[in-house]
Design a protein around this ligand. Structure first.
Ligand code: MN
Length: 257
């Protein structure tokens, strides 16, 4: 049977399911908040143009106000200074947007230690159990943080010295960027780096290393508990913003029962 017919049959019968990994976009969707003097991104907002009224009697529509990095979004290589000559979000290869995906589960660790950092050994232990990381695929980092996603304060988890959310150690970020075949790294938190990443060396290692290696990031993912460790297919749909450094994205996964 042709592959696409088989896929549609499998979807109809339920043996292949589509899981939505996207945070709904609304004004309350958590965004990154940088301290002064840095510029901040916009909260998502709708601006009504007409709603079956004098401004447009038969139609309802809005303008949207959003940052490129608002809600579930894709980080392009040119987002970071280390990748400044790299691809912009409109140039994302189709093979990056539809690709194999694997999931590493560190929920228990992140619950115990909100500043938990993923280490090379953790990923190597995962590989010993599940096999090699996928060539040209995505590694998603499950921390359980999405359960805080409807409460911006719990999601940011900030105190006097900043945000406390799980991330990736500098060594591991360097290794993922340079020594593994993945093309992207995705997280449940507001950004791919830990809340305390400004004080790591280098600062924001995940951004710095991955973008510097022309790799991609995904943030604010949900429903990672519905994915198998291996064998799913990720479908990432960013807006093709020409010259953009990222874009809100609908992110789906195809899983096989
Ligand atoms: Mn971002």
């Amino acid at each position: 049977m042709p592959v696409l017919s088989a896929l549609l049959d499998a979807a109809r019968s339920g043996s292949v399911q589509v899981v939505d990994l996207t945070t709904p976009l609304q004004e309350s969707t958590p965004i990154l908040e940088l301290p002064a003097p840095f510029a901040n991104t916009s909260q998502f907002r709708l601006e009504e143009l007409s709603r079956y009224d004098d401004r447009g009697p038969a139609w309802y529509w809005n303008d949207i106000h959003t940052g490129e990095h608002t809600g579930t979004h894709l980080d392009a290589p040119n987002h970071w200074v280390t990748g400044r000559d790299g691809l912009d979000v409109s140039q994302a290869p189709m093979s990056t947007l539809v690709a194999p995906v694997v999931v590493i589960d560190k929920v228990a660790e992140a619950e115990k230690d909100h500043d938990f950092l993923l280490q090379i050994e953790h990923v190597q232990a995962w590989s010993a159990e599940h096999g090699a990381l996928p060539e040209g695929g995505w590694l998603l980092y499950r921390t359980g943080w999405a359960s805080r996603g409807d409460d911006p304060n719990a999601f940011a988890n900030a105190d006097h010295d900043g945000s406390h959310t799980p991330g990736v150690s500098p060594d591991c970020a360097h290794w993922l960027a340079r020594d593994t075949p993945i093309i992207g790294f995705g997280v449940e938190t507001v950004g791919t780096d830990a809340g305390q990443a400004p004080s790591l060396e280098p600062a924001f290692p995940c951004h710095s290393e991955l973008m510097g290696a022309n790799k991609w990031g995904l943030t604010s993912l949900r429903n990672l508990d519905q994915l198998p460790s291996t064998g799913a297919v990720l479908v990432v749909c960013p807006l093709p913003i020409v010259g953009g450094s990222g874009s809100p994205a609908r992110v789906l996964a195809l899983i096989e029962e």
